[in-house]
Design a binder for this molecule. Structure first.
Ligand code: SF4
Length: 130
């Protein structure tokens, strides 16, 4: 096994290999892309709302978020945004075109099934060819 751990020599005899960080090449593609979505949200550079400011996305209680949804409907990174919000458990505002209540449902299903879905379509994990 290769390792990215600075304390290992690759011999497998140091005794703490089970605690070592996995080398990047051992991380399955879908999990690696999930980590990138969470840790390095490059997708935000392409967000339709990047110049909109936060107000439309955090409406007053009992007010609708129609303007936010208009942005999200035309957003090229809407799935990345929803995946991010579900995984980091964003509890406020509109993310990925979904309200906090809608995201709670998506998150509950993710915990149960391992899949993040939008309108019954799996958006994570992304399968080859999709
Ligand atoms: S999906 Fe909506 S909230 Fe997310 S980046 Fe796009 S416009 Fe912004």
């Amino acid at each position: 096994m290769t390792t990215d751990c600075p304390d290992c020599d690759g011999s497998g005899t140091t005794g703490h290999e089970s605690d070592c960080p996995a080398p990047e090449e051992d991380i399955p593609g879908s999990v690696a892309s999930l980590l990138q979505t969470i840790e390095q949200p490059l997708w935000m550079e392409h967000a339709a709302c990047r110049t909109a400011g936060p107000l439309p996305f955090y409406p007053e209680p009992l007010h609708r978020a129609d303007l936010a949804r208009e942005y999200c409907d035309s957003c090229p990174v809407v799935d990345d945004c929803l995946i991010h919000a579900v995984v980091v458990n964003e509890t406020h505002g509109v993310w990925g075109g979904c309200s906090p209540r809608e995201r709670r449902r998506v998150r509950k299903a993710w915990v149960l099934t391992g899949e993040i879905k939008r309108e019954n379509k799996t958006i994570w994990p992304v399968r080859a060819g999709e």
